[in-house]
Ligand binder design. Structure first.
Ligand code: SF4
Length: 297
């Protein structure tokens, strides 16, 4: 089978930084003879997370559940109250919060200082969403800035009932929110509030991947999206390709390319297939998927 690989694969800069800092944390913990942790799953890739767990990077969600040690804040960030709790319990923190998410936090602080109401478009329980909802003004530590969360169209009635149309709104979005919902919800909110500004946008690294995947669709009969099934940007990438009318297969790694997968590829007479990936997928996994596809007749 002919395989065409997207021009944009591998880690985004936020995930690269997380991996780099995970290695530093492990070295520091070893030097100080301390335990080493990731606050939540390191990245949305089970193979990579399992590798780091074997190296000694345990997952911790709450400081009370583990002995103090060196703990990594992954790319999604954490609420400021949780950061304080880890420090108060004696943990040494290494911060890999993605620069894009830090910028959104600054926008929330700035909007709040100007007396604007912050509306956040985000998946309710996603780690980035929780981090942004926990943003505090440095002049008022301990008090999260009120953020109105909108996850779907159903939340709009509540927003419109609770926040008067005359209010000044700053709209921020989870960097990996699904693009179709983002556009639809943004248009509805901006149409309702005459004074509504956009505070940030979707992650540019993800948008560029979607553009590269769109180019693949024109060259292939199907596209394989390689990435964690719990990764929002991977799911969004797959939905985006589907909306372009392309046939999509989602796999985490080669073990998902089982006999059913092969049979489907044959049944649909696919001769040329594209490969793209989410931002947490390492190059080795993409290489292995490409090799496996090339070996299919
Ligand atoms: S996907 Fe974008 S926002 Fe998320 S970690 Fe990567 S660069 Fe940062």
């Amino acid at each position: 089978m002919k395989v065409i690989r997207s021009t944009l694969t591998g880690y985004c800069h936020g995930v690269s930084e997380t991996i780099h800092k995970a290695n530093s944390c492990l070295k520091l913990a070893e030097k100080k003879n301390l335990n080493c942790y990731s606050i939540g799953q390191l990245i949305h890739n089970n193979d990579v997370s399992a590798y780091y767990e074997k190296q000694g990077l345990k997952i911790v969600n709450n400081p009370k559940e583990a002995e103090p040690g060196v703990a990594l804040i992954r790319a999604h960030g954490i609420p400021q109250s949780l950061r304080r709790s880890f420090l108060e319990r004696g943990f040494i923190l290494e911060d890999a919060t993605c620069v894009n998410i830090k910028k959104t936090q600054s926008k929330i602080i700035e909007a709040n200082r100007k007396g604007r109401t912050v509306v956040l478009l985000a998946v309710r329980s996603h780690a980035e969403s929780l981090c942004l909802q926990g943003t505090e003004d440095p002049t008022h530590p301990g008090k999260p800035i009120p953020v109105f969360l909108v996850s779907s169209e159903e939340d709009l009635k509540n927003l419109f009932d609770s926040v008067d149309q005359s209010c000044s709104i700053t709209l921020v979005v989870q960097t990996t929110f699904e693009q179709g919902s983002f556009e639809k919800l943004t248009n509805l909110i901006m149409a309702h509030y005459p004074d509504c500004e956009r505070g940030n946008s979707l992650c540019y690294a993800c948008l560029k991947r979607k553009k590269a995947a769109e180019d693949l669709c024109g060259l292939c009969q199907a596209v394989v999206v390689v990435g964690g099934l719990n990764s929002e940007n991977t799911k969004d990438l797959a939905k985006y390709i589907h909306r372009q009318g392309g046939r999509v297969y989602c796999v985490e790694n080669v073990s998902d390319m089982d006999s059913d997968f092969e049979e489907d590829v044959r049944k649909n007479r696919i001769e040329t297939i594209g490969v793209c990936s989410g931002t947490s997928t390492p190059a080795e996994i993409i290489d292995a998927v490409c090799e496996r596809l090339e070996s299919l007749n």
